[in-house]
Design a protein around this ligand. Structure first.
Ligand code: AMP
Ligand code: MG
Length: 479
């Protein structure tokens, strides 16, 4: 399919007009292509040579609107750092419609009805970060939005310093957020709340459409998907940075990449968001915060669903849904095929050991994936190998209870423990070059992001421990 043949559906516009605002994108000046993502293009059946078509840049910039499309921005609310904000919404994103179940949206397309005091723009650095990381998460096997392409421009925007405006075209199976439900709950518009629940069920939980108890079941499945998602974040060492309820997907996806980070040395208390002084969204607190966010969702759904039943499900989240999901993720990382009661303890003591070892989280598991009883490679990568040593005693005992061959375990672990993750310092390098008009590193990182489990000898340097001076790079919300 060529760009001319793009046929986008806008079912969301059949909802009440309060759900959205028709919004014309405001183009950037002198736009240029930074990167096109053929893997995302494939998902929507777009020809891979579309990048060469000048209409591609125009599509992202909002100067080429496919026929039949009425661009719109969506309303939502949300708890931001614990405080309720009744009117957020797409302040800088414009939706074009969906194809093959993917809703296309440009981020940074100018002011909308929901922009409040802000400029509706997205800076080049954060746009590159979102473009690359959403792709990386997908290839790590974590549910996420995707990105079709990114453009830069000469438009100046004011952040901590003067930046250039950019636009990422994001794609998602759903853009409905916990905060979308909160919006209608707090304005006591319960009919619209119900329409939204019906819409979200049709969009993301279609198997529940005919279920008599569908609202309750829907809530249960959101809780379950969220448990799995957060367990995967914890497993891979991803810190989201801004887990406000407006950044929580009702479909259980990773959305809205801002000041995120992949852990360098393991640190339970790591806070990736410089603006988060209290550490509300630290890496280690993500499971607790997602529970809190789910309780806010339950409150918003209370006009539709019995609160006690929801509370019971929330209790399950804390008691076993999240813990079990996390243990399952970690079991796979540890190459354990059988499920034993004692695994929870092994994992808890590993987390404690990693905290004390000063060891690169990604490297630790990749190195462990080749473990054959020889401990030196693991001691070599830790500043405090003694704690690793004690933990390995436990691990050896546990491995003795496994029946599969060591080589099989290693093979399975190499498919679960990435060699490459996008650390902030790498992204920073790509951004510095991109600001000079050199997009080669964006392409390199896109390639690496798409092959996290492969051996890529030409990119070996990116698999090393983060250089000391670049560890724990944090970003602020506004970057
Ligand atoms: P975020 O933390 O990026 O998810 O954004 C939180 C809210 O602020 C959302 O409603 C965004 O649309 C809005 N927002 C963030 N940056 C801008 C901006 N530059 N212009 C307009 N709205 C923005
Ligand atoms: Mg957001």
């Amino acid at each position: 399919m060529t760009l001319n043949e793009l046929d986008l559906k806008t079912e969301y516009l059949s909802l009440d007009s309060e759900f959205y605002d028709l919004t014309d994108p405001t183009p950037l000046d002198d736009p240029y292509l930074i990167s096109f993502n053929p893997k995302a293009a494939e998902l929507i059946g777009l020809d891979s040579n579309s990048a060469d078509d000048p209409r591609f840049v125009a599509l992202l910039n909002g100067t080429f609107i496919p026929k039949g499309v009425r661009p719109f921005s969506m309303c939502y609310a949300g708890h931001q750092f614990g405080h309720y904000a009744p009117r957020l919404g797409d302040g800088r994103a414009v939706n074009l419609g969906s194809i093959n179940g993917w809703h296309l949206q440009t981020k940074g397309s100018g002011e909308t009805r929901y922009s409040r005091m802000a400029d509706g723009r997205a800076a080049l650095p954060s746009s590159i970060r979102e473009y690359l990381m959403s792709e990386a998460m997908h290839h790590l096997g974590i549910p996420t939005t995707r990105a079709l392409g990114i453009i830069g421009s000469e438009t100046k925007i004011v952040r901590n310093q003067i930046e250039r405006g950019a636009i990422v075209m994001r794609m998602s199976p759903s853009w409905v957020r916990f905060g979308t439900f909160e919006y209608f709950y707090y304005f006591k518009e319960y009919d619209k709340l119900r329409s939204l629940a019906d819409y979200a069920i049709k969009e993301s939980y279609p198997h529940l459409q005919k279920d008599e108890d569908r609202y309750y079941r829907f809530f249960c499945e959101v809780v379950e998907r969220t448990a799995k998602l957060i367990a995967q974040w914890q497993g891979v060492g991803f810190s989201h940075g801004v887990m406000n309820t407006d950044n929580m997907s009702i479909a259980g996806l990773t959305i809205d990449y801002g000041p995120y980070a992949m852990l360098d040395d393991f640190n339970f208390g790591f806070v990736s968001n410089k603006s988060d002084r209290a550490g509300r969204y630290s890496y280690g607190d993500q499971p607790n915060v997602s529970y809190w966010n789910l309780t806010m969702l339950a409150k918003a759904l209370s006009p539709l669903i019995d609160q006690e039943r929801m509370q019971k499900k929330l209790d399950d989240y804390g008691n076993f849904l999240y813990p079990d999901a996390y243990i399952d993720v970690m079991r796979e990382k540890l190459g354990l095929e059988t499920k034993l009661e004692e695994d929870a303890e092994l994992i808890t003591s590993l987390v404690g050991a990693l905290q004390d070892a000063y060891v690169d989280y990604t490297n630790f598991f990749r190195t462990l994936s080749r473990y054959d009883g020889e401990r030196m490679p693991l001691y070599d990568i830790a500043m405090n190998p003694l704690v690793i040593h004690h933990w390995l005693d436990q691990y050896d005992q546990r491995l003795a209870k496994e029946s599969r061959l060591q080589t099989e375990r290693q093979e399975a672990m190499l498919k679960r423990n990435p060699k490459y993750v996008l650390k902030n310092y790498m992204l920073q390098d790509a951004i510095t070059l991109a600001k000079k008009g050199d997009f080669s590193m964006v392409e390199t990182l896109l390639y690496i992001a798409s092959h996290p489990f492969d051996e890529l000898p030409e990119f070996e340097r990116f698999a090393k421990e983060t250089p000391e001076e670049h560890k724990n790079l944090t970003l602020s919300c506004s970057s």
